[in-house]
Structures are given as C-alpha cells and as structure tokens.
Design a protein around this ligand. Structure first.
Ligand code: KG4
Ligand code: ZN
Length: 331
C-alpha cells in the first residue's frame, strides 16, 4: 500500500509517503517563527500549517516519485497535540481523501513515535519496553503487539522534553531546549552541580521533573547563587542533563526487571539525545537497545504514514467526520 502521512500536532508541518512499510519520502518544516517567543504559539502554528501544507504534501508525493492519484490511503495525526494545529492537518487530509476517494485513518501521535523504531529496525519483535520521551510525555510502556500496550510508569508533572525546554529558557539558551542543552553540555562537567532526582531510589516507576526545574531556577537566581558561582553554563547544563537522564534510566532498569523483557526502545524527541542513548546502553548491557534515526525521533510524518499503513492493511479506517483529540492517550 502507498500511504501519505500528514503530521501537524505541534510546530512541525510534515508530510511523508510510505509504501509497504518503507519510507519513500519524508519532509519536515519546523516553524522558526516560534523561536522569537521561546515556545510554541498555538495560533501562529495553525497558520503556519495552513500556509505550508499544500506545498509540503505535493513535495512529499513528488519526491516519492508517484502521482497523487496512486495513493491508497491517507494517515493523519488525530492527537494528542494542539487542537488548532490538529484540526488544520486533519481538515486538509479529509479534503484530500474525499477528493481522491481513498480511505483515511486518524493516527495516535504517541503510538507513531513508538513505531518509528520499526523504521530503524524492521526485525524488532514484540514484546518490548518503550521509554516514550517527548515534549509532553514521559512514560514507560510494555508493547505487547499492535494496539496492545501496558502503561508501566508516567510522570507526575513535567515531561522530560519539557524539563529540557524550560531548563534551556532558564539558562538563556534557545528553543527547543533539548538540542540546545545537549550542545552546551558537551564541554561541561556533569558532576559540577548536584540536582535533585525525584524517585531515584524508590521502587516505583514514576517520574517528576518540576522540582529539578525549580532547583535550576533557584540556583541561577539569587536564592542559591553561591552554588553555581564560578561554574560555566556548560557545567550547569551538563549537570542538569545528567539529572534528567539518570532519572529516566533508573526507571528503564526497573521496567526491564519488572517485565523481564529484553528489548528496550526509546521514542520521542528526547530519544535524539546522544548522552541518553549511550548511558542507556551502559546501564542495560544485557538488553537490546533501539532508537529511531535522528530525523524520526522528533516529530515527522514518516512514523504517521508507517503506522497508518499498518492499520489500513488490517482493514481499519476512520469515518470522514472524525474529531481531533488534543488529549489522546495510548491506553
Ligand atoms: O517528539 P517531539 O518532537 O514532540 C512532541 O511530541 O512533543 O519532542 C520534542 C521534545 C522537545 O521538548 C525537545 O526539547 C526534545 O524533544 N528534544 C531533545 C533533543 N531533541 C529534541 N531533548 C534532548 N536532547 C535532544 N537532542
Ligand atoms: Zn512528538
């Protein structure tokens, strides 16, 4: 099957074509307009999607070397995400599907992030554990098969990506914060500052990053300034990054112990972090560790078309009047 994927859950307008499980083209346009604001402005994001969608879809189809009327179906992100941006993408997709008289399927963005790991290695076998770490989610899942997922642990407050983004803002770095902190941290000493790591020594699989962010804020402001005096921004960024990674990995270890599953995959934008990738491998030497190629860690439409095809092949499709679900979950 040849499936067009469309992704507009946040500030990336993306289109891709997947054919029989293989990516034929994948284009992502990140909205630089939000950089001026240090975060995504929903209304601007919807307008940017509206402006970009037609061109990016045409380019994805042409790069795949096919004609629009040879598509067998369209997969579009149905949620979670920003209501306005989801609507922009889904309305575009609905119009196109109706015009071409082909089926459409609404795809769960979180599930698609997990399935991006099959793009890295199509031989990935169930069951596996997935650390899902994006801008809005930090969860551990046991993936039993397509559509069968067990939540092992979640965050009580901020997501790991959010901790990177908010930390970067406090440090005066740019947006998105993950890559900014990662780059800044490369020359720093990760043991320079002791940051709080919630639940590190407990047996429960849960995360919390809001205390970490507050601790950074205090250390950078007058309250606790003495603790960071004389340290470079790189030292602080490296220590902050280490605190996030240590918290994530300690719970991956617990999840692997609890499930006795020997494959761990990482999904979502934070999976792009090299330090996270390397530390997971060191801490879980007995496990098979997998993560998507860099372009498929952060938001993209290849994962949407790939997962959409999996469902369309099974005969699943969505009624044309489907709503979007900004708070869609996986379970
Ligand atoms: O999956 P994603 O592109 O969008 C959501 O679904 O949320 O994830 C975006 C998040 C942002 O918080 C961003 O700062 C983070 O992923 N991120 C990273 C890196 N690249 C992106 N975090 C740490 N290190 C990175 N290299
Ligand atoms: Zn995402």
């Amino acid at each position: 099957m040849t499936i067009l994927g469309i992704e507009t859950s946040c500030d990336e307008t993306a289109a891709a074509v997947c054919k029989d499980g293989e990516v034929q083209s994948s284009l992502v346009s990140s909205h630089i307009i939000h950089k001026h604001f240090g975060g995504v402005v929903p209304e601007l994001a919807s307008r940017e999607h509206e402006r970009l969608l037609n061109t990016i879809v045409q380019e994805a189809v042409s790069k795949a070397g096919i004609a629009l009327d040879t598509l067998d179906g369209i997969a579009v992100t149905q949620g979670p995400g920003l209501a306005g941006t989801l609507l922009t993408g889904s309305c575009f997709a609905k119009g196109l599907a109706q015009g071409l008289a082909i089926p459409i399927i609404g795809v769960n963005h979180l599930e698609a992030h997990i399935y991006a790991n099959f793009l890295a290695d199509p031989t990935l076998e169930y069951p596996f554990v997935c650390l899902l770490v994006s801008g809005g989610h930090t969860q551990l899942w046991q993936v039993k098969e397509l559509g069968e997922y067990r939540l092992l642990g979640d965050t009580r407050d901020d997501a790991a990506g959010e901790a990177f983004d908010k930390g970067a803002r406090i440090l005066g770095l740019g947006y998105p914060g993950g890559p900014e902190i990662e780059t800044c941290a490369t020359t720093g000493n990760e043991n320079a500052v002791e940051f709080p790591k919630a639940f590190l020594h407990t047996d429960s699989i849960e995360f919390s990053f809001s205390g970490l962010k507050t601790s950074l804020l205090y250390k950078m402001k007058s309250e606790d300034r003495s603790k960071t005096d004389g340290l470079s921004k790189s030292d602080i960024a490296a220590s902050y990054q280490k605190a996030i990674i240590d918290a994530l990995i300690s719970k991956c270890v617990l999840a692997v112990q609890e499930t006795k599953v020997k494959t761990l995959v990482i999904a979502g934008g934070v999976a792009a972090n090299q330090q996270l990738r390397e530390t997971v491998k060191m801490q879980l030497p007995e496990c098979r560790i997998l993560y998507p190629d860099l372009p498929f860690c952060t938001d993209n439409a290849a994962m949407i078309s790939f997962l959409g095809e999996k469902y369309l092949v099974k005969g699943n499709s969505t009624q044309l009047d489907f709503p979007v679900f900004p708070n869609l979950t996986l379970a």
